[in-house]
Design a protein around this ligand. Sequence first.
Ligand SMILES: NC(=O)c1ccc[n+]([C@@H]2O[C@H](COP(=O)([O-])OP(=O)(O)OC[C@H]3O[C@@H](n4cnc5c(N)ncnc54)[C@H](OP(=O)(O)O)[C@@H]3O)[C@@H](O)[C@H]2O)c1
Length: 454
Amino acid sequence: MMRLGKLLRALRVVRLSQVLESLQLLLKCIVASLRILFWSLVLLMIIQCSAGMTISYMLSDYMSDPARADESARYEVFRYYGTFSKTILTMFEVLFANWAPACRVLIDNVSEAYSLAFIIYRCFVGFAVLNVVNAVFVQSTMKVALADDEIVANEKAQAQADAPLEWRGDLGADRFAKTVVVTGAGGRTGILVVGELLDKGYEVRALVHSKKSKEALLSKYKALPADRIYVADIQDKASLQKAFAGCAAAIVATSAVPKLKVWSLLPFMVKKLFGKKGKLRFSWKGDGKPEKVDWEGQRNQFEMASEEGVQQVVLVGTMTGTQKDSFLNSIGEGEGDQIVMWKRKAEVFLIDLCKKNRMKYTIIHAGGLSDEPGGQAPVKLGVDDKLREVKNLRIPRADIARACVQALECDLAKDRSFDMTSVEGGQALGEDGLKKLLQEMGDVTCDYSINPPP
Ligand SMILES: NC(=O)c1ccc[n+]([C@@H]2O[C@H](COP(=O)([O-])OP(=O)(O)OC[C@H]3O[C@@H](n4cnc5c(N)ncnc54)[C@H](OP(=O)(O)O)[C@@H]3O)[C@@H](O)[C@H]2O)c1
């Protein structure tokens, strides 16, 4: 009972703070509108006074000359137009209340010509001028309100909090426009993700590292317009903004790309021949070392996603993150460039970032990638490299690409990190394959307290 009481109190506090926020927003808008309200009233006052004084002047003879009409008729007219204050009140009645009595009293007692004057006045001032003033008033108030950083920030936060995790816009009769940015789209997995998204009717933005990759994408996918392909460098955060702006989700398939130093093959093979352990040597494409690409570059992307209100980030990662002595950590200069460690650090960063806002993450640690066709190999999910008990794990890139896209519409994939590879006893990844595999795996996610990155 006590717990229930505490919960209700907490809910009340939350609701009260929301009500106060709305009230604050209203008050700010009202204060912001005061200036335009003042000038709107001044303009109306000038129009009303001019019209009132003109009509009152025109009626002055009628009201004061007993020869023009009997006393009761002149008194009727006097009640409406006899003094300055009576006339102004009548003019406000004409605009904002019931204009018929003020008009009828003149038509019945003075002249029918006044009907024309009233019709023109009602049409011109009552319709045109008032509506223009209304429109300007609303627009200026909105402008002031929108210019208020605090209001904008509150509304953005509120919209983010209220938005169900679904997509924006309408693409057709039964589909939603789902704008997704794919980074590393020129890479071997990224390019398949782009194809998968296009097949499923998503609106795709592709972020590539070079013009050459852009050309390759353009010639592969005719459905992808050139202006949806952004050439950018993930190490330069500002260069990412255009591609991420307005996207509902981001699929990140960037990575430092190892390049074998061919000369290292010879000593390696000779050592192997004599039954000794040899080491292949690698450098990194474009000098993009793992610390720069897999840590700083990924972090830039996650921050940009968060700043641009992206709702979900799907990240393609690598298995062996739980193993300090992963072979992949050893490739590169000297003792190795610790690629898996930097990737794991970026994953922890993404998870922490998502905890701070409403962004969701899905991290897929792939086994060794192959270029076989998707939807055929038996696939399994696991956590913390437990599937590595099976040797030589491989999985087609096409299956990883398919899983990335399925993760966008699978609630079970949200806020999850898991391994994915092909092993005996698994199941081919069909239409709803990821969901089935996640159901089968149960409610587990990778544990980053194992081999935590520094
Ligand atoms: N290869 C495997 O066996 C394996 C196994 C498990 C997991 N994985 C992981 O799976 C993911 C995809 O692997 P993959 O082999 O398909 O990748 P990939 O072909 O090597 O593609 C990586 C992409 O990242 C881009 N990139 C690198 N630095 C960049 C920068 N500074 N700015 C913008 N883009 C940049 C590269 O562009 P440029 O080439 O133009 O520089 C490339 O298109 C990676 O995270 C990888 O670590 C791979």
